[in-house]
Write a protein that binds this ligand. Structure first.
Ligand code: PEP
Ligand code: MG
Length: 575
């Protein structure tokens, strides 16, 4: 049998080659029927097992957290919350009394149906969480059946191949033995993929057919993968093996260069310092972002805390998550963005009427008119987390002075409630996201009331150019370097300067090296981006001079197209 290739979805960059191990969880117990009359006792057993599972998960969270793996600690904490969450357990109890299933069958079926519901949603983040629900349900089922914990499945270094990899299984495997990960199923937003990226483990997901191909070959065969391209090669021939080894060497070299440059300041040739910050979506991403040289968090998207659950996150849960990110940044500021959610995402505890145009609807801060407590609770958590280090809070989708006043009012309420209760708080800078053109066009009338502003160029581009940010058919129209968007950014920079407030960018534009140069040319010297973009943006800035960037920016404002403007700055990138 010769070499065979499978193409999957790139999930974490890096290259690996070596033997492989099919990792699967230990067989689950088979469920049965409940003895008639024993429904109540069986329901109590399920509740008890769920509580024990939650306790075990909290203990696991503390153990891995103490070992320095903050990201995994957060995942296990989220799992403990799922085990406590009544959605899953109530569904299982209903099956015991309704269908006559025993606890094992009921919790597995309930897990599967909650997971199926999540997977059916047209939202990659929510559907990726379905694996977590099954993981938690399986843990409860194992406890009900009296099964011991999972054993060490990876005694020696190998590429891990699996159908899907639950977060707890990913964390149980010894990290130094995982050469790479290949999953038949999974998505790039699944926890296994997030963890792989955070730790630099190459991963390919959605590699359909890989398990049956490996089964045909037997355990002796080698496997090579490239997590940047999604290539998986079974039994590579000598030339292919050499090609993968050469790619692995290039990855090693570029990672070593990135790491050695991480502490270099992002300073232009003419001495202007640009502050590079990271965008994160979970506290787990804070430490790896800092390792790549982020000088703080410019955008902490907090939606992950609010999705995939049946009740809003408590103030304590939120405080813990924000505190973790603040602690990981050890004195550098963390900018927490208040909940940005709207009618396009179904949330069980936030029933919202369907809207024809959810992106133009009751989204983000606009929700605060009906549900102020949601935002006040979040703000209370931010003030409490600020005890651990500098925190900034910004409201998304601020349209005008009225919205800015609303933010200040909600924050004042949070502060006075905490003061009345005697809860210690830290100081928090309050700011706004500029992502609606109207906010920028009239900014000079109200900018002085806030401490800072951050340009959300993803939405700003969508609203300025009337281009739905998620519609692939509009690719040709979508470029934040459109001169109309550049002019708005120039206006925002001008208003911020006059009002004496700081201005940053936290949309994707900041992580695009050519666009980052344009932003510096327009006067923005704080850029926040996905951590993986930090090295390339730092190099671009270190190779440019602000005098040239300013001149180029002035010309770009009058270009005929985004492509023309982009070409000007691309020409200024280092070779
Ligand atoms: C933006 O709109 O540019 C932004 C940073 O926020 P989000 O992508 O979360 O809408
Ligand atoms: Mg936005």
């Amino acid at each position: 049998m010769g070499m065979t290739a499978v193409h999957g979805v790139p999930a974490a960059p890096g290259v690996a080659r070596g033997s492989w191990v099919h990792v699967r969880r230990r067989d689950l117990p088979v469920g049965g029927r409940v003895t008639p009359g024993g429904e109540e006792a069986e329901a109590a057993r399920v509740r008890d097992a769920a509580n024990r599972a939650a306790d075990d998960l909290m203990a696991l969270s503390e153990r891995v957290g103490a070992a320095g793996h903050e990201d995994e600690a957060a995942i296990f904490m989220a799992h403990a919350a799922m085990a406590w969450d009544p959605t899953l357990i109530d569904a299982a109890v209903a099956r015991i009394s309704g269908e006559g299933e025993d606890g094992v069958a009921a919790i597995q079926a309930a897990g599967a149906s909650v997971a199926a519901m999540l997977a059916a949603l047209d939202d990659p983040i929510l559907s990726a969480r379905s694996a977590d629900v099954i993981d938690v349900a399986d843990r409860i089922a194992r406890l009900l059946a009296g099964l011991p914990a999972e054993e060490d499945l990876l005694p020696a270094p190998a590429v891990v191949v699996a159908d899907d990899l639950s977060p707890s299984l990913t964390a149980t495997l010894p990290r130094e033995h995982i050469l790479g990960i290949v999953l038949e199923a999974g998505s790039p937003t699944a926890h296994a993929a997030i963890l792989a990226r955070a730790y630099g483990i190459p991963a390919v997901v959605g590699a359909h057919g890989v398990l049956s191909l490996l089964a045909e070959r037997g355990a002796g065969a080698e496997l090579a993968l490239d997590g940047a391209t999604g290539e998986v090669v079974l039994a590579p021939d000598a030339a292919t093996a050499a090609d993968f080894d050469a790619r692995a060497e290039r990855v090693r070299e570029s990672r070593a260069a990135d790491a050695s440059e991480a502490s270099l300041p992002a300073v232009t040739l003419d001495g202007v310092e640009v502050t590079l910050l990271a965008n994160i979506g979970t506290p787990a991403e804070a430490a790896p972002a800092r390792a790549l040289g982020a000088r703080g968090v410019g955008l902490f998207r907090t939606e992950f805390l609010f999705l995939e659950r049946s009740t809003p996150p408590t103030e304590d849960e939120q405080t813990a998550a924000y505190h973790e990110a603040v602690a990981a940044f050890g004195g550098d500021p963390v900018t927490i963005r208040l909940l940005d959610i709207g009618g396009d995402k179904p949330i069980p505890y936030l029933p919202m009427p369907a809207e024809d145009n959810p992106f133009l609807g009751v989204r983000a801060l606009r929700l605060a008119h009906d549900r102020p407590e949601l935002f006040v609770t979040q703000l209370r958590a931010c003030y409490r987390a600020a005890v651990a280090g500098p925190v900034k809070v910004m409201a998304p989708m601020v349209a005008d002075a009225g919205d800015a006043a609303l933010l200040l009012e909600l924050a004042a309420r949070a502060r006075s409630e905490l003061a009345d209760a005697g809860v210690p708080i830290g100081s928090v800078d309050l700011g706004v996201m500029l992502e609606i053109p109207s906010a920028i066009l009239a900014a000079d009338s109200w900018f002085e009331e806030i401490a800072f502003a951050s340009l959300g160029t993803n939405d700003l581009t969508q609203y300025t150019l009337a281009v739905d940010r998620g519609n692939p058919a509009l690719e040709r129209y979508r470029d934040a370097m459109h001169p109309a968007v550049l002019r708005l950014i120039a206006m925002a920079a001008d208003s911020a300067k006059r009002a004496g407030i700081s201005l940053s960018v936290c949309g994707e534009m900041g992580g695009d090296p050519a666009a980052a140069l344009a932003l510096v040319g327009l006067g923005v010297t704080q850029l926040s981006m996905g951590a993986a973009s930090l090295p390339a943006v730092r190099r671009a800035i270190r190779g440019a001079s602000t005098s040239a960037l300013r001149e180029t920016a002035l010309l770009a404002l009058h270009d005929r197209s985004a492509a023309d403007a982009r070409a000007r700055f691309a020409a200024l990138l280092p070779a």
